[in-house]
Design a protein around this ligand. Sequence first.
Ligand code: GLU
Length: 290
Amino acid sequence: MKSVGRFAPSPTGDLHFGSLLAAVASYLQAKSTGGQWLVRIEDLDPPREVKGSATRILADLERFGMQSDREVLYQSTRFAAYEQALEELLGSGQAYWCGCSRSDLPASGIYPGTCRDGLPAGKSPRSVRLRVSDKTISFDDLIQGRVAENLAQTVGDFVIRRADGIAAYQLAVVVDDAFQDVTEVVRGADLLDSTARQIHLQHCLGLKTPAYAHHPVAVDDSGKKLGKRHGSDPIASLSPSIVLQQALEFLGQPCPQSQTLDDLWHWALAHWDVSGIAAQAAMPLNPAKI
Ligand code: GLU
């Protein structure tokens, strides 16, 4: 079976080096074996959206020579599918309504199960939570190796529909990865601790679990993630071939210098080796280099 990969940016700012890494790594992982690469715009959360950024992200990807093999999927068109999954999980008792607000939660952040057996008197339904069980979920990450997490000990029953009525990221991503037949999820290691929750959701919904590969995130010298929230420069103004060369180097695929963008892609598609990527959660990158 041909692999299907995807890049799933949230339109909360322009494409920057940190998010480009996920685009490049997912693209090469899928395309180097003749698979398909899809783009999904995760525009679930209107208050966090930056107007025009989805269009600019797509334009930047194209400038870099990356194009979705299918029509771009927008999560804002998928609310009915998320509601259907929620109904299924509520109907089977795997999920339940919770009346707790953030201030009801203990400092550990682990949900204590207050509404598990029904809403306590005086509480009204706010969000929907998925039950977790006290067992270890493990998977073999193609980059990070074996990862194991016991959700009861790390997060507890977690929110799949937020109090504002919007499907939580965890639910939307699982429903859409399955809808798009994604076989390999390649993304930054900042999402590594979401993966066990996503695998649990897949089990609850009877969906297949894709392969996962989490590349290190790029950080500055002080260990801060390079990203839109830390004001890294958008890459729109930079030369795509220089940035791609940097991205390949960061991903452990040192390529011959000074090539055209087309030559770089040819080289990268022929030489892509996921085992070259460091099994680290974060790696420093000197922003002056890009
Ligand atoms: N939309 C998420 C983000 O931009 C990525 C989701 C994913 O790759 O699973 O951080």
